[in-house]
Each structure stands twice: as structure tokens, then as C-alpha cells.
Write a new protein. Structure first.
Lengths: 709, 284
């Protein structure tokens, strides 16, 4: 056995740490701005680029992919090298990965406020950036797998299993969900429509939580927690059981985002039962984490890093118990579309991802700078600011969620809705939104304390860019050693392990998607549902650009309270067959819009879009005056229709050739309607297209009913 | 004792999710929510209790307390499958990763119980809803909900006596009687018809031109069922008969008030000012 000398690359770890801190500030600030706009709509400064619909995706993307993403890479690059006893596979790939990822973030920060969006949650970025993400992600994967292959450690530690699962699953999720047909450089349409698009999106969305916010952090926990506590990991067998069961079961649970929708019942039920089955595998991580602290409980008292781990892991346990409960249909019926869900995700994001990230930064920075943290006292201050911030954030949001969820469903004895005006239920919860933004501010203040502390620490130390290390070279030996658990064989075979992990995560998605895509009876067609007219299509694209789906659903659930409130039948799968992408939404800050068409006159929409409060006094919807000023961009109209035609939308060649004329005709008729009411709006304005789209929403199915009569 | 815990946990799970989905929804929403909450709180208490025990054990060990031997362990310690800290070396695996050691502790007993009971729950759930067809899936659940609401409404109507509708409505003549109508008008109608009925997006209500009839029954009907093609909302789901009666009466009282900024007339002219006596039309 020969001892080999090599260096760990600490510079790349430092770079990702800096990016984590910068984008943490950006992401949290944008979140704060969005939170304030929910009770003070004027906080968007009247500018389209900072209106809620556009900055909400900016906030989620900045937090998930920029803040948490960079934190993952920081932790993985630090721990992987040490767990493999090897430097990263390639320094060049490390740099490409780093700068590539920052470029993606920069492009996101530019394009999302400009309104270039696919509208699919956490996958809003347009197709050229999607391709860039795929390339950079694969770069990361090659660099990681390469490092694992040239490791000097026979077995792969549990943290690495989670890193591998993260890499392969995120790659599969991102590629499948982002399949879209480009129209221009900044516009594309999802190749899936309606129910199918919803299924793919929430398979992605749910598993982005699973494999971007959960598995990499479990991996990081398995490295940093025992390191920081100086204790052995509690149970190796539990690691094995909860790893495989977690990645296998997680992938099935996506449909719990679509309960009481027009997704086929069997798929919804699979979503329910697999969510329930997720409790134990999720808790496996919490148990292994907390019981690793066994015998170190006295340290937890004085060590802020361990405190953060303990609270973070507990937040994970709470969120992963709550998630399955929210997947039960009777709980979901009340919680879905309300602030309860916002509270749920923030317990996960602020508690689990946030606190773990802070703990990892506090643990890593002094080590790569060969010093100690500047101030332990400030670390404690940060711990308390963060913990209180979470409490002040979550409690008002839970309260708000219960309140609004119950108000929506309340009937009077006469059988009429107790709160027929949606706005009343919104106004009721505004004080809670004020409190929530205070909680968020506390949490953000804590993060600034971290940054100050880190800057002071960095100044007192110096970066050990290449940390010397040595380890015996890896020698060929028998695969199976007597007395070892059978799983140890897999831990020595990274490629086999990776292939097995891919198999495990492909099954669930395939079982749910293939029948939904191929068996016709799953989405019964409705003859009277026709494709959008050219003007409505342009209106729909403006709806997407403005991010209306951030606050409005297009999905009336089969509840008496909803069919009464929205004055129409509940949404059917056949109504969405030409919706590329689907726009069902996931949160009702405002009312559902699926049965909006024909409910109000065109002039009502004009007034409501220009200044919502004139039509709904007290409304917190932002004003959209720019829609009455900007012209509809008609240049790409026929290209858009051709793209949709290639996806199966039955536009005829004549319709595509005459698109501009058809559009003009419909626009003129709306402009004339407005003129009759004394509103002078020229027919080439975006607002005209928006009105056309809103008036079309959910009306086709009524024609069928008239015909049947 | 252990068997008891197993069955308890199992019942708990079955109860939480099945109770309200399998049975037709006969109870009202708050009751359901309360029962869910009760179960959730119970589970949470159980969870907190367990965690408390864990913390207790951990603290005791941290303080160097001697841990009871395996055969003397309490039920809680058995549930947690905790080995004495002193015996840790026995379960330590003989490798380390960057200094991290792993123990080969068994998977905790309660963890297995939890895991396998959720799997059984999932199996039963699918059987109930998709094999034996014993539960109500969403379409049937919706129908049942509507039927229940109809029944409840009918029962209420019976109890509350004759409700006002478009066939029996009478105009109320004094402002005292339609006080609520004024309030309702200001909060719901003024947006489109103007504060004084002068007409904005919606038509003028103060002149004697009517699009859909100007007597109290016609106005009642227009308010109740709306004119969806022209943007007039149907209010039948948000207002009851009494409220619509008061509203219609208030609107009738605006006749001839001639407010400033009145919108141009629309519809058919009714010759005389319609007052509380719809019959006065006949004088034409």
C-alpha cells in the first residue's frame, strides 16, 4: 500500500460560499418585496418589471437555484473531496460549473422581470436557459462521478449516495419537464397540454423539492452533522432503508398537488398513498440526524452550529409530517390554494435549507481560512433571529390559511355563500400578511449578521486554496468481505449504484405518465372546446408574461362552495386540451378565473385592469396601466400558431395565413364595445388581447350544454 | 405493551384518513376540520412526547448517567431501540469516512411500525377506492355534497316559512323597510350602476327606460338571475329573497330622481314613473 499526496481544492468551495451569500441576500430581499406587495400593492412602484407576477418567480428561483443551489455545491465540493480522499476530478470542470451556474442566475435575474417565462413553477426560465442549465448540470455530474471513480476510499459513504441520486434525478426531471417547442429566442410552448402538462409539471415541481431541496441536504447532513458533533452516525441500516425507500417513493407523490382536479382519479389516489408512505422514509433522515447527536447533547447547548442542525433537522421532520397530512384529500380540500401551503414550504425552506446552509457556512469558512469564527456570540444572535423569524413567519401564515380556507367554504342557512365576495376573504387576512413580512425581516436580519461575521472571519484568516492531504492508494480487493452487509458491495460500485438509482426514480413517473398520455379515456374530450383565436392566444401569452397564474387559478374544484362561487360547473380535463402550457396555478391570492369568460362586460375588464380598485374597492391586485399603452406584438403570431399546430392544435393553414386579419377583426369588435361605454382604446393595445382571452376563459363547455338542450 | 402500541398507531392512521373519505360526507365542514385537527393534535402530542423522551435519554447520557441494561429498558427505550451508550463500541463498524464513524444500530422498532403501517394504509386505500369501489371519488363526492345541501336547504325553507321569490314579491314603499337594500346597493351595485343609480358600466336606473322590465317582479328577476350576456351578474347564490326584495324596492325608489351625470336612456320607456304601484302602467 502506497501513501499518495494530493491537494483539496478549497478555492471552489470558497467561491460557491460567496455566491450563496450574495444570492441569499438577493433572494430574501425580493421575497420581502413580494410579501410587502401583498398588502401594499403600490410597493411595485408602478413598474411592470417589479410587479408581483414577475418577481414571485424571481424570488422562488433565486432562493431555490441561486441561494440553496450554490449552498449545495459549496457543501458537495467540500465534502465529496474529503469523502473520496481525492481532489475534484477536473479543476476546469469545477470552474465551468461555477461560472456557468452564475451565468444562469444572471440570465434568470434579467429575463424573469422582463416577462420571459414558461409559466411552469420553478421551471419558468425560457428554452435557451433550459439548455444551458442542462449543460452545466451535466458538467457538475461528470465532475462528481469522475471524482467518485478516482476515489481512494473503497466504499461510498451515505452522503455520496444522496449526491448521486440528486444528480441523476434532477437531470431527468429538468429535461422531461422542459421539453418545449421554441417560437422565438425568448418564447416557447410546452409540448404537453392541459392535464398532461399539469401532471408532468407537478411530477417535476414536487420532486424539485425532493431532489433539490431534500436529498442533497440529507447528504450534507450526513457529512456535516457527525463532523460537527464529533459523534458516529446512529444507524447504517437505517441509512440504507431510508435512502432507497425515499428516492423510490418520493417520485410517485407529485399528483398530491393536483387533488380534486381533472387529473384521473387513480393518479390522484397514487399521489395520496405514496405521500403517506413517505412519512417514514423522510423521518429516517431526521431520526438518524437527531440520534447522531446522542451523547453530544451537552455540546448542542453551547455550539450554535449544532443548535442550527438540531432545529433544522426538526423543521425537516415537521415539514415531512405535514406534507403527507396535506396530501389527504379532506385536509387538502381546505389547505390547497391558501397560505397554509406557503407556511408549509417556508418551514422547509427557512428551517431545513436555511438553517443547514448557515450551519455549513459557519463550519466550513473557518476551516478553509485556517482560523475560527470571528464571533460565537453573533452566531447565537443569528440563531435566535432565524428561529424567531421562522416562528413569526409561520404562525401568521397558518392562521391566515385556516381563516381563508374556511371562509371560502362557509354557507349561510339559506344555502347562499357566507362570503360571496372573494375580496372579503382576502381583506380579512391582510394583517397576518403584515406580520409575516415582519417575520421575514427578522430572518433576513439574521442573515446579514452571518455575512458580517463571515467577512470578519475571512479578514482574520487566509484562504488555504490547496489543502494538502494524503491517503493510501486504492488497491484491488475482493468485492465482498466476510461480515459485511450485502449493501457494501453496491457502495463499492458507483456506476452500478447510479444505474440502480436511475431505475428506482424512473418507475414512479413512468407508471403515472404513460397511461395518462396514451389512454384516451383518462382525459374525455369535449366537442365544443376549440383552439384559441389569434387574439386570445396573444392575450394568453400576455397573461403568462405578467404571471397572472401566480395569484389566480384556472381550476374550479368539484366542491359546492366553488361551483356556487364561480357560477359554473367544475373544471373538466377536456377543456384544457389546447392549453400549452396549462395555467391551473397553485395559489389563490385572488379568485379562480376558469369561469370568468362572459361574466363581466368588456368595459369592466378595462377598468379593472387599469385600476382594479375602481371595480373592486380595496383590491390588492396591482394596476396594469401598461397593457393599455403597449402594442400587441403581432410579428410572431403565425409562427406561434404553426408551433402549436405541430403540437397537435388543429389550426388550419388558412387560419394561420389569415391570422393577422382575423385578429384585427376581433380586436376591432372589442374596441367598439369599449367605445360604446365611452372608453377610447385603440384595437392594437395589449389590453384588448387580454380582454379577449379573459372573456373566452371556460366558456366553450357552456356551448356544448346549450347544444345538448 | 408493544402490541398495543402497534395497534394504536395503526388505528390512528386508518382513522385520520379514512374516516371522512369513506363515509359519505354527512357532517358539515367545521366538524370534519375539527375532527381532523383533533387527530392531528393527538399525533403531535404523541410526537412531542416521544421527542421529549429522546431528549431525556440523550441528556441523561450526556450527563454521564448510567444507562439501564438492555433487559431493564422501559417500553419507550425499547421503542427507540436504543443501545446503552457504553455498549456503543460493539455496534461500531470498522471503517471511517474522513473521520466519520457509523454505528450498526438496528432500525428502531417504532420506525418499522410506522413504515409498514403506512404501506398497509396505502394498500387499503387503493382497495377501497379503486377495487371495491367502496369510497366516493371526487365526482360522486360532489354529487353527494350537492344533494346534502339541497336537503338542508329544503329543510330550512320549510322551517323558515314562505321565502320571497319573483312570483310573490311585493315592493316595499318606505325607506325604513328597505334599509338593508340601500346598504346592499352601495356595496354591490354602485360599482356598475353609480352611487345614485345614474348608470356607469351598467344602465341608468333612475329614468323610466327599462331593458328587462321595470316592475318589482321584473327587477327582482333581473337581480336574481342576472343577464349574463350583458354582464349583469346573477345574485341568487349570494343574496336571499328578502335581500333582493329590499334591493329591488330601493331601486324603484330612485325613479325620477334625475341624478347628475345620468347615463343616456336604454331600453323601452315605461310611460309613467313607476312607483310602488306597478299597475299605473295601464294608464298608457
Amino acid at each position: 500500500m502506497q501513501i499518495e499526496k494530493f491537494n483539496y481544492d478549497n478555492k471552489i468551495v470558497r467561491d460557491f460560499a460567496i455566491a450563496t451569500m450574495i444570492f441569499g441576500v438577493v433572494g430574501m430581499l425580493v421575497g420581502l418585496l413580494a410579501a410587502v406587495q401583498l398588502y401594499l400593492p403600490e410597493a411595485n412602484l408602478g413598474i411592470q418589471y417589479t410587479s408581483f407576477g414577475r418577481i414571485r418567480p424571481l424570488h422562488t428561483n433565486a432562493i431555490i437555484f441561486a441561494f440553496v443551489g450554490n449552498a449545495i455545491f459549496m457543501g458537495v465540493y467540500y465534502s465529496l473531496q474529503r469523502l473520496c480522499k481525492a481532489r475534484m476530478f477536473s479543476d476546469v470542470l469545477s470552474r465551468i460549473h461555477f461560472w456557468g451556474w452564475q451565468l444562469i442566475i444572471l440570465l434568470a435575474a434579467i429575463t424573469l422581470p422582463l416577462g420571459f417565462t414558461s409559466s411552469k413553477e420553478y421551471a419558468e426560465l425560457e428554452w435557451p436557459i433550459d439548455i444551458l442549465i442542462a449543460l452545466v448540470w451535466v458538467t457538475f455530474g461528470i465532475n462528481m462521478i469522475g471524482t467518485i471513480i478516482k476515489r481512494r476510499e473503497k466504499q461510498m459513504y451515505v452522503a455520496i449516495w444522496f449526491y448521486i441520486a440528486t444528480f441523476v434525478t434532477v437531470a431527468v426531471l429538468h429535461i422531461v419537464n422542459s421539453l418545449e417547442i421554441p417560437v422565438t429566442f425568448t418564447k416557447s410552448y410546452s409540448i404537453y397540454a392541459g392535464v398532461q402538462d399539469a401532471l408532468v409539471q407537478w411530477w417535476y415541481g414536487h420532486n424539485a423539492v425532493a431532489f433539490f431541496l431534500t436529498t442533497p441536504f440529507l447528504g450534507l447532513m450526513y457529512y456535516y452533522l457527525p463532523k460537527a458533533a464529533g459523534r458516529p452516525v446512529y444507524s447504517y441500516k437505517l441509512s440504507i432503508l431510508h435512502f432507497w425507500s425515499l428516492i423510490f417513493i418520493y417520485i410517485w407523490a407529485g399528483p398530491h398537488h393536483l387533488l380534486y382536479s381533472s387529473l384521473p382519479d387513480w393518479a390522484q389516489s397514487l399521489g395520496v398513498v405514496f405521500s403517506i408512505m413517505l412519512i417514514a422514509p423522510s423521518w429516517g433522515g431526521m431520526v438518524n440526524g437527531l440520534l447522531t447527536l446522542r451523547g453530544a447533547w451537552d455540546k448542542v447547548r453551547d455550539e450554535p452550529v449544532l443548535k442550527m442542525f438540531a432545529v433544522g433537522v426538526t423543521a425537516y421532520g415537521m415539514a415531512t409530517f405535514e406534507g403527507p397530512m396535506l396530501s389527504l384529500k379532506n385536509v387538502n380540500a381546505i389547505a390547497h390554494f391558501t397560505d397554509w401551503i406557503v407556511a408549509h414550504v417556508h418551514v422547509g425552506a427557512l428551517g431545513w435549507n436555511g438553517l443547514l446552509t448557515f450551519a455549513i457556512i459557519y463550519w466550513t469558512i473557518p476551516r478553509i481560512y485556517n482560523t475560527t469564527m470571528y464571533s460565537k456570540k453573533l452566531m447565537n444572535v443569528h440563531f435566535w433571529l432565524a428561529t424567531l423569524g421562522i416562528v413569526f413567519y409561520a404562525i401568521p401564515m397558518y392562521w391566515s390559511g385556516f381563516t381563508q380556507g374556511l371562509m371560502w367554504k362557509e354557507f349561510t342557512a339559506e344555502g347562499t355563500l357566507q362570503y360571496p365576495e372573494f375580496l372579503k376573504t382576502t381583506l380579512q387576512i391582510l394583517p397576518l400578511h403584515v406580520l409575516r413580512s415582519l417575520g421575514g425581516t427578522l430572518y433576513f436580519a439574521g442573515f446579514l449578521v452571518l455575512i458580517y461575521n463571515v467577512i470578519k472571519t475571512v479578514k482574520q484568516g487566509s484562504l488555504v486554496a490547496n489543502e494538502a492531504a494524503e491517503a493510501p492508494s486504492l488497491e484491488k480487493s475482493t468485492l465482498f468481505k466476510k461480515g459485511e452487509f450485502w449493501h457494501a458491495v453496491l457502495e463499492k460500485k458507483p456506476i452500478t449504484f447510479t444505474v440502480l438509482a436511475v431505475l428506482m426514480i424512473v418507475i414512479g413517473g413512468a407508471v403515472e405518465m404513460i397511461p395518462t398520455f396514451t389512454i384516451k379515456s383518462n382525459i374525455p374530450t369535449i366537442a365544443s372546446v376549440k383552439p384559441y383565436t389569434p387574439l386570445e392566444l396573444e392575450g394568453r401569452d400576455i397573461y403568462i408574461r405578467e404571471g397572472c397564474n401566480a395569484c389566480h387559478s384556472q381550476w374550479v374544484r368539484p366542491f359546492r362552495s366553488e361551483t356556487e362561487r364561480y357560477m359554473g360547473e367544475y373544471s373538466k380535463g377536456g377543456e384544457y386540451v389546447y392549453d400549452h402550457p396549462f395555467l391551473w396555478g397553485s395559489k389563490r391570492t385572488g379568485p379562480d378565473l376558469h369561469r370568468l369568460g362572459g361574466k363581466y362586460p368588456d368595459s369592466w375588464h378595462y377598468h379593472h385592469m387599469v385600476d382594479p380598485a375602481t371595480m373592486s374597492p380595496g383590491s390588492i391586485m396591482p394596476k396594469y396601466p401598461w397593457l393599455a399603452e403597449q402594442q400587441i406584438n403581432v410579428d410572431d403570431l403565425s409562427k406561434k400558431m404553426s408551433a402549436l399546430k405541430s403540437l397537435g392544435v388543429p389550426y388550419t393553414t388558412t387560419e394561420i395565413n389569415e391570422a393577422n386579419a382575423t385578429m384585427k377583426q376581433q380586436a376591432e369588435s372589442i374596441a367598439n364595445n369599449l367605445k360604446k361605454e365611452g372608453i377610447d382604446l385603440s384595437s392594437d393595445k395589449e389590453l384588448i388581447a387580454m380582454i379577449a382571452y379573459l372573456q373566452r376563459l371556460g366558456t366553450d363547455i357552456k356551448k356544448q350544454n346549450t347544444a345538448n338542450k | 405493551m408493544n402490541k398495543l402500541s402497534v395497534s394504536l398507531l395503526f388505528i390512528l392512521f386508518a382513522e385520520t384518513a379514512m374516516a371522512n373519505t369513506v363515509e359519505p360526507m354527512k357532517v358539515d365542514m367545521p366538524t370534519i376540520l375539527l375532527s381532523i385537527m383533533a387527530v392531528l393534535v393527538f399525533v403531535l402530542i404523541l410526537l412531542v412526547y416521544t421527542l421529549q423522551k429522546v431528549v431525556y435519554v440523550l441528556k441523561q447520557e450526556a450527563a454521564g448517567g448510567i444507562y439501564p441494561l438492555a433487559d431493564e429498558r422501559t417500553t419507550w427505550e425499547k421503542l427507540l431501540s436504543l443501545k446503552p451508550l457504553a455498549a456503543e463500541k460493539e455496534v461500531e463498524l470498522d471503517h471511517d469516512f474522513d473521520g466519520i464513524k457509523e454505528l450498526n444500530n438496528p432500525i428502531p422498532f417504532w420506525f418499522n411500525v410506522l413504515f409498514y403501517s403506512t404501506i398497509i394504509f396505502g394498500f387499503i386505500y387503493i382497495m377501497v377506492f379503486h377495487v371495491f369501489d367502496a369510497g366516493k371519488l371526487q365526482a360522486k363526492e360532489y354529487e353527494a355534497e350537492l344533494a346534502d345541501a339541497e336537503a338542508a336547504k329544503a329543510a330550512y325553507v320549510k322551517k323558515a316559512g314562505n321565502l320571497i321569490d319573483e312570483n310573490n314579491v311585493m315592493a316595499l314603499s318606505s325607506a325604513d323597510q328597505f334599509k338593508d337594500g340601500i346598504e346592499l346597493y352601495n356595496s354591490k351595485c354602485a360599482v356598475c350602476h353609480g352611487n345614485a343609480g345614474e348608470g356607469k358600466v351598467g344602465p341608468n336606473l333612475t329614468d323610466n327606460y327599462w331593458l328587462h322590465g321595470g316592475d318589482v317582479k321584473a327587477i327582482f328577476k333581473t337581480i336574481k338571475y342576472g343577464v349574463p350576456s350583458k354582464g349583469m351578474i346573477a345574485w341568487q347564490n349570494s343574496l336571499n329573497g328578502l335581500q333582493i326584495q329590499q334591493l329591488a324596492s330601493y331601486i324603484l325608489s330612485m325613479q325620477g330622481t334625475n341624478p347628475p351625470g345620468a347615463k343616456e336612456p336604454q331600453g323601452i320607456e315605461l310611460n309613467t314613473t313607476v312607483s310602488s304601484l306597478p299597475d299605473s302602467n295601464a294608464t298608457k
